[in-house]
Design a protein around this ligand. Structure first.
Ligand code: HEM
Length: 573
């Protein structure tokens, strides 16, 4: 019963006695969600296996959901389907406080400074994966992306040693783990079905494999510059180290969150570009312009690939890999006139909300220009939610975009591609939505490739050197190292080759929305005079609200590159 003055959420048609909308939900979840939005608009209630669900669509509703504290709308309970994969007491199975602490332990690998070192790893892996391609041929592109991003993300996040020890067995075991994450798990993740049995067997083997590496390192007092090492050295606030079980669970959470999502997005982006030759041509021209002179695939160079970045964003809008984000109502929740009682499951669907025509013009069209200045449809608050939003927004969003851009730039600089005629359609098999397989593409090596896949040019090495100094906590990075880094295009050292400000005369006021900050620290790298990251909660701290004109360009860059759009700038004359 809704309290007086409030209404229950309007009910979707078609529910059957006893089973409600269960059959439709299991058979065609996404169609049910589209129908709910078409029939009822922003808020629609339905029931699945005696569980009340309310779907909420559009920017205003998303904002209400994503800004709600965990004590009111909890992701932990909703994602307990991951417990058989990540393990007991890890991430979604832990208390909200413990989960927050554990997720913070993932952050060092995804922070801005560390990200600047990843380009080389992506180059290395992409070069290795295409080495045997010859001058022309056909490849199942979805499968290719799956294998490549498994290598790139494990190399970037888990380190070289882990990547090199990655056997075929690892790929097989990982595949079985993924196969156990299906919508059926929302009903009961322990049902006696083959996919869940395989998943459980795979987890046991995965724990053995990862624990083996951890023990080996400890026994031989070996360390690695990687994520595994970070976790091995992490402690909770009370000083307790992570157990082997927790290390394995968190590693799996990192791989799970980032791998398949990035792989299908890489595939979707190329497939969309191949269906839109004008956009494809613009991306190729951009790659040739940025890398044509033999420039290394540095972080700075990747930032210049704005046309490709917009194509990736647009592929993510049309095909968000996670089509359904779920929260459980822990305390009665009110949205506008609607009362949503405790115990209800709230569903937000990026797939459906990204197609609302009043939010995204001509929503079914692949139109990367919608993100250009003047339109910037991705900047409307809580409209673009491929990475979720608010306090649980994807921690790896900047890394994912960087990685996908690097792979596509390398491929487009080296090869010409064409479709083979396989149907291009989404496959709603698991929880991550990719293109239906097989999806083959033709490739032909370009007569004059524009991107060099050779590694370790002197300048890129210099930039890495400077970053390594800083990562190791050196207070003074030698001037010569800094200059070489600046020349290689490393923005963290751009001040060495001081650029004149273009802002003289204007005044600028900076605001930060701390609620949305997750501590990527891009701002503190771009404009350390204006921003810092609090050692306490890892969120942004504003040192000066009205920075002087010579800092305006830096502040604008900080705002432009903040992955969570935390920084707002008001310009006055
Ligand atoms: C959360 C999407 C890549 C780590 C999320 C959420 C979405 C998402 C929608 C929010 C879930 C919710 O609110 O219920 C994506 C997409 C990716 C991607 C589309 C690639 C294209 C990555 C990568 C990593 C990562 C590469 C790290 C290696 C995480 C983590 C969370 C998360 C740790 C949980 C954040 C929290 O609950 O506080 N992701 N993700 N993701 N993602 Fe990603």
């Amino acid at each position: 019963e809704a309290p007086s003055g409030l209404l229950p959420a309007p009910r979707l048609s078609g529910g059957l006695p006893v089973v409600g909308h269960s059959v439709e939900f299991v058979r065609a979840t996404i169609e049910l969600l589209f129908r709910a939005n078409r029939e009822l608009g922003e808020v629609a209630a339905f029931s699945v296996f005696n569980r009340e669900m309310v779907a909420m669509f559009g920017p205003e509703a998303h904002e209400a959901v994503f800004r709600a504290p965990d004590a009111v709308l909890s992701p932990t309970e909703a994602y307990k389907i991951m417990t058989p994969v990540f393990g007991k007491d890890v991430v979604y199975d832990a208390t909200p406080e413990k989960m927050a602490e554990q997720l913070k332990m993932l952050l060092p690998a995804l922070k801005d400074r560390r990200m600047r070192t990843y380009g080389e790893a992506v180059v290395h892996e992409t070069a290795a994966s295409t080495r045997e391609w010859g001058t022309s041929g056909v490849v199942d592109f979805v499968e290719f992306c799956r294998v490549l991003t498994n290598f790139t993300s494990s190399r970037c996040l888990l380190g070289k040693e882990f990547r090199e020890g990655m056997s075929e067995e690892f790929a097989r075991v990982y595949h079985d783990l993924e196969g156990g994450v299906t919508p059926l798990a929302y009903i009961d993740p322990h049902l006696p079905v083959p996919a869940f049995r395989k998943r459980d067997k795979a987890r046991v083997r995965m724990v053995e494999m990862i624990t083996g590496i951890v023990r080996d390192r400890r026994a031989h007092q070996r360390t690695g510059e990687d994520f595994l090492q970070t976790l091995m050295e992490s402690n909770y606030a009370d000083g307790r180290p992570l157990s082997e079980h927790e290390i394995t669970g968190l590693l799996l959470a990192g791989i799970f969150a980032g791998h398949h999502t990035s792989s299908v997005t890489t595939a979707w982006t190329l497939l969309e570009l191949l269906q839109n030759p004008t956009q494809l041509q613009r991306c190729v021209e951009e790659v040739d312009r940025v890398f044509g002179g033999g420039r290394p695939v540095s972080h700075a160079a990747l930032r210049e690939l704005t046309t490709i970045e917009n194509a990736v964003k647009e592929a993510l809008r049309l095909h968000p890999p996670l089509f359904m984000l779920v929260r459980v109502v822990k305390q009665d929740f009110t949205y506008k006139q609607f009362f949503i009682p405790k115990g209800t499951w709230i569903v937000v669907s990026p797939t459906v909300s990204h197609r609302i025509p009043t939010v995204f013009r001509d929503p079914d069209a692949f139109d990367p220009d919608r993100y250009l200045p003047g339109r910037e449809e991705d900047k409307k608050d809580f409209a673009y939610i491929a990475f979720g939003g608010g306090r649980h927004k994807c921690l790896g969003n900047a890394f994912a975009i960087l990685q996908i851009k690097a792979i596509l730039a390398l491929l487009l600089g080296q090869f010409e591609f064409g479709l083979c005629g396989d149907a291009i359609a989404p496959s709603f098999q698991g929880l991550v939505i990719g293109p239906k397989e097989p999806c083959r593409v033709r490739y032909r090596r370009r007569a004059q490739p524009s991107v060099t896949m050779e590694m370790g040019t002197e300048l890129a090495a210099a930039a890495k050197d400077a970053i390594a100094h800083e990562l190791n906590g050196a207070k003074e990075v030698p001037q010569a190292v800094q200059q070489a880094a600046a020349a290689a295009g490393c923005p963290a050292h751009a001040h060495v080759a001081a650029t004149p400000s273009t802002s003289a005369g204007s005044s600028l006021r900076v605001k930060v929305d701390r609620d949305l900050c997750q501590g990527h620290a891009v701002c503190a790298t771009e404009a350390p005079e204006v921003f810092a990251v609090s050692p306490k909660d890892h969120k942004v701290m504003l040192k000066v609200a009205r920075p002087p004109a010579e800092l305006h360009d830096k502040v604008r860059k900080a705002a432009q590159y903040c992955p969570n759009h935390v920084i707002r700038i008001e310009e006055t004359d």
